[in-house]
Ligand binder design. Sequence first.
Ligand code: HEC
Length: 152
Amino acid sequence: MKIDDHHSTARSHGVLLKIIVFMGFLAGLARALALGAEGAIPPEFAGKIMPAEMRDDSKAHVAGKDIYEGKVNPAVNCARCHGNDGKPTRLGKGAPDLSNPAEVGQHSDARWFWRISEKITGATMPSYKDKLTEEQRWQVLAYLRTLAPSGK
Ligand code: HEC
């Protein structure tokens, strides 16, 4: 009797372990999908376009640089993770090299706008839609495009 009890406990532990492993697998899958798919831009961001005059406006670039480097609002400091030059720091482990055109050229402005506006599941990067106005987010992106000029 005692031995049987022991066996059934061991079996239910085994099932529990399988469930935990499976949930870990699902979480990993969700993260891969959320971070990976270029097509996954939510509809409210998919059509976003950088104001035309901003891309080549040096004033917007300077404003964006100041935001990026934490000079406008110390609570918004992109450079501490992405580096002043766009290369990830230790804190920004896992971030793409934002100065590498081959790496970032394939990402649309709309995608980037979404990614700095909202935190997505599994991401390290915080959400900035409550800390930066739309205009400020575009300024940061206009500046980022000067680090790796080939995006759209
Ligand atoms: C705490 C560290 C951290 C901070 C602060 C941070 N990022 Fe990121 N960023 C990351 C990481 C890590 C990734 C890679 C995806 C992920 O895990 O979130 C990333 C991804 C990105 C991407 C690429 C998104 C894509 O999917 O192609 C852009 C663009 C970006 N960050 C811009 C910014 C801007 C602009 C700011 C400041 C307003 C900022 N980041 C602040 C860590 C950070």
